[in-house]
Design a protein around this ligand. Sequence first.
Ligand SMILES: Nc1ncnc2c1ncn2[C@@H]1O[C@H](COP(=O)(O)OP(=O)(O)OP(=O)(O)O)[C@@H](O)[C@H]1O
Length: 342
Amino acid sequence: MSIVSMTDVVKSYPPSQKGGAPVAAIDGVSVEVERGDVYGIIGYSGAGKSTLVRLVNGLEKATSGSIVVNGTEITSLKERSMRAVRGDIGMIFQQFNLFNSKTVAKNVAYPLEVAGRPAAEITGRVAEMLAFVGLSDKAKNYPDQLSGGQKQRVGIARALATSPSLLLADEATSALDPETTSEVLSLLDRVNRELGVTIILITHEMDVIRSLATKVAVMDGGRIVERGDVFDVFSNPQNPASARFVSTVVQGVPSPVEVHTLQARHNGRIVTFSFRDGNDSQAQVFLDLAAAGIRFELVYGGINDIRGRAFGHLTLVLQGDDAALTAALAQIATHSEVTEAH
Ligand SMILES: Nc1ncnc2c1ncn2[C@@H]1O[C@H](COP(=O)(O)OP(=O)(O)OP(=O)(O)O)[C@@H](O)[C@H]1O
């Protein structure tokens, strides 16, 4: 069942200059986020990711289209009813957005106080959330006394204090170093698995998607240009924007410059073979080449692991009778992905 369902959503802003065209920050987006998903949305700066999040929590109104959150159509909701919908949505930010004048415990207590919960319940819930994020010993500290990773853990405890079913994470790890990033990502993984919270993860870093997301949508120019299971998009991106993101983290595909270098260095045809788990085509490639009398040398490659599933790309220099080689490649193409450099 969908927790967020967007259909043909457009969000335009008035032109920045008089007589100019309106800016379509979101330009016809439809997306279904299922309960339990960690749904990653990736795009370059200006792609429309933050606008999408602001539409989901009702901080912006869509120009047209439908947005249903937890069964409620929010596009025409009054602010008062929107507040009830927002009560079931937690949010974390790149810059943490903590109150520096409040202690850690008071920061986490804040949304519970706003919701008018009794003091005894607030005390218990704050202790529970601080234990969950591993910061029980920092309850009386102030945000300034914490590291970036600790601040974000407070942000997560605060966002989840009222037990929302949906967490929006807008570039939540972009201000953190790689080690702290992986700590926060594994905490978010626990939030999803142990607390059952659905997460929409906005990022420009493919590594974040790889570590945490189960599904991904790639945004470019206000549109979703590709979407799917993270493994499928990483192992076989269809759109040029997705392919560029994937190439930032995936090992094994030579860049055009590297292909050029390989061509200058080696005699023979340069061919990349791509493999995905669930088939044994890799062994068959080598058997087919050997059977056709083709000599091969491995010159580039890598195997990647996406949440326990593997895929890889191996680039070989192939030498032998040209017609036999062409026939062998045609045979291999029946069971494996074959890309020849020209
Ligand atoms: N309030 C606004 N008024 C006018 N244009 C806006 C407004 N907010 C966003 N835009 C424009 O909408 C487009 C999408 O912006 P948005 O902030 O959603 O992108 P983003 O993918 O989140 O990028 P970033 O990671 O840099 O925040 C951009 O062209 C931006 O200039």
